[in-house]
Design a protein around this ligand. Structure first.
Ligand SMILES: Cc1cc2nc3c(=O)[nH]c(=O)nc-3n(C[C@H](O)[C@H](O)[C@H](O)COP(=O)(O)OP(=O)(O)OC[C@H]3O[C@@H](n4cnc5c(N)ncnc54)[C@H](O)[C@@H]3O)c2cc1C
Length: 151
């Protein structure tokens, strides 16, 4: 099957993505172990970042699994539908992963919220409309100008 170039183009990037997601998962588990085995109080920011990464990875991995198993099934033609080739069983098992332990859409919203909160914490006080005080010929910002991030 892999002699078909069309199959190579569909399947090899999916295989590479599977490896990348596995490395990311291993790193996440390592970080979780570090956070949970650290003595003293857990840093709330680190904990929040860990949760967001877990939520994002779960959504990415389960969506990838569902799409890739379907691609594999189609790449095998009718034989992909035979129970003996295990793809239908894999499909049935993994299909619901996009929903349980948190629906993927909702989990991605959690990631988005975490990223925006971090962005606000980091840049919320920055007045992007004011000219830099060090810029030649610049005048001080008018007192009424507020940061668009804080609005
Ligand atoms: C096989 C199976 C086993 C399960 N096992 C367990 C278990 O052991 N323990 C347990 O506690 N639970 C379990 N669950 C429940 C599972 O965690 C929930 O089904 C899952 O969290 C999704 O919640 P929901 O079904 O209420 O869907 P909903 O949250 O109602 O989502 C339905 C749809 O609405 C969309 N949606 C929801 N909120 C928003 C929003 N704010 N913005 C945009 N779209 C939104 C979703 O994307 C989805 O398309 C299981 C579910 C299944 C199917």
């Amino acid at each position: 099957m892999l002699d078909y170039r069309a199959h190579q183009r569909k399947l090899l990037p999916a295989l590479a993505t599977s490896y990348a997601l596995m490395f990311a998962q291993n790193q996440l588990v390592e970080s979780m172990h570090e956070v949970q085995s650290a003595s003293g109080d857990v840093d709330e920011r680190v904990q929040r970042e860990l949760e967001a990464r877990a939520a994002g990875l779960k959504a990415a991995q389960t969506a990838h699994a569902t799409a890739t198993i379907q691609t594999c099934r189609e790449a095998c033609g009718g034989a992909g539908y035979l129970a003996m080739n295990r793809l239908p069983q894999l499909k049935a098992d993994t299909d619901v992963f996009t929903t349980f332990e948190g629906d993927n859409t909702v989990l991605l919203q959690l990631v988005g919220k975490g990223l925006l909160t971090d962005y606000r914490d980091e840049f919320g006080s920055l007045d992007t409309l004011a000219p830099s005080p060090s810029a030649p010929g610049s005048s001080p910002a008018p007192p009424s100008s507020a940061s668009p991030v804080g609005r």
